[in-house]
Design a protein around this ligand. Structure first.
Ligand code: PLP
Length: 329
């Protein structure tokens, strides 16, 4: 097996894998397990911390003093990067996509934490964000001694966080049980790619399902394949061609939106588990899982792992009034 690359080990690991039986009973389907990556830390919580552990180790090994990255204003990745940089004493510059390329009037959720952690926030509009890799490269060149982390830390370095995570999860399931799915929210593809590489490395045949939160499944697949191809070029060996499924069936009205039906499902899931699900990522994925159970894809006798990828701070950047008025008139 290829050795695990260095890590700064900021994530608190292993995260628990827990059964949520009230959710299973209420939704009438499989036994639902939740992999609690919302517990990798507090400020440093969520799937991004696993990926940053490897990226920041590479940055420090390279002698970097500044880290440059990008995401949406409410990016969990930018928040986790800002906090990790504060912890490690690195300067952090984040390029944040906002609808008009300007600073939002109100500081909230992840953006508030980016600022509290001392990141320099530079706002760009969606058209400029399309050229994000160029923008990051130019910013790093202007700084000198800077390390670029691409969107979501989703590349052949960040991916290792989830290769490692698969080793962790494989030992946590009851022996002899193979889940009917590792179901998770997917966007920049690094989480899924790491799971796929990790499963392949372990010889673990487990269906990995990335539930897109905005992009068409073909675009998500393209990103996942690109990361796997880069990893194969670096580490050798064949590119894993199978072992995952991308679905865009639950994108709804698109990235960063949530219908009242989705919002109601999120509140229901919280009331049945005591866990938080944000409308942009884990909430969309949880809604998708419930719909797949309703359609009969997973039934009693199946085990399904819902991989909780964090994102709880975004909960505080949403207006819940409408959903709560409908639920509790
Ligand atoms: C909470 C949360 N879940 C899931 C994802 C998707 O992970 P990936 O970008 O690796 O596909 C993200 C990415 O931003 C996220 O913030």
């Amino acid at each position: 097996m290829d050795p695990m690359p260095p890590s700064v080990a900021l994530a608190r690991l292993p995260t628990p894998l827990e059964p949520y039986d009230r959710l299973s009973e209420e939704w009438g389907g499989p036994r639902i397990w939740v992999k609690r990556d919302d517990l990798t830390g507090f400020g440093l919580s969520g799937n991004k911390v696993r990926k940053l552990d490897h990226h920041l180790a590479a940055a420090l090994a390279d002698g970097a003093r500044t880290v440059v990255t990008c995401g949406a204003v409410q990016s969990n990745h930018c928040r986790a990067t800002a906090i990790a940089c504060a912890r490690l004493g690195l300067r952090c510059i984040v390029y944040l996509r906002s609808p008009d390329g300007r600073r939002p009037d109100v500081l909230s959720g992840n953006h508030l934490l980016q600022v509290l952690a001392g990141a320099e926030c530079r706002f760009i509009d969606p058209a400029t964000y399309e050229r994000r890799d160029e923008v990051l490269a130019d910013a790093a060149a202007a700084e000198g001694n800077a390390w670029v982390i691409p969107e979501g830390a989703s590349d052949a370095i960040g991916m290792w966080g989830f290769v490692e995570a698969m080793e962790e999860a494989a030992t946590q399931l009851p022996s002899g049980s193979t889940p009917a799915a590792l179901w998770h929210a997917a966007s920049s593809g690094g989480t899924t790619a790491g799971m796929v590489w990790g499963a392949d490395r372990l010889g673990w045949t487990v269906p990995i399902v990335g539930c897109s939160v905005g992009d068409p499944a073909a675009e998500l697949d393209r990103r996942i394949r690109a990361i796997l191809a880069d990893a194969a070029a670096i580490h050798g060996g064949p590119i894993p061609e199978a072992g995952w499924e991308s679905t865009d069936a639950y994108v709804g009205d698109g990235y960063g939106t949530a219908s009242s039906e989705e919002m109601a499902c999120i509140v229901e899931a919280t009331r049945l588990t005591g866990l938080l699900f944000d409308p942009t990522y884990t909430g969309k994925a949880m809604f998708g899982l419930r719909e797949e159970i309703r359609k009969g894809r997973f039934g009693p006798g199946d085990d399904v792992v819902f991989w909780h990828t964090g994102g709880g701070f975004a909960t505080f950047a949403w207006d819940w009034t409408d959903a709560l008025t409908r639920l509790d008139p």
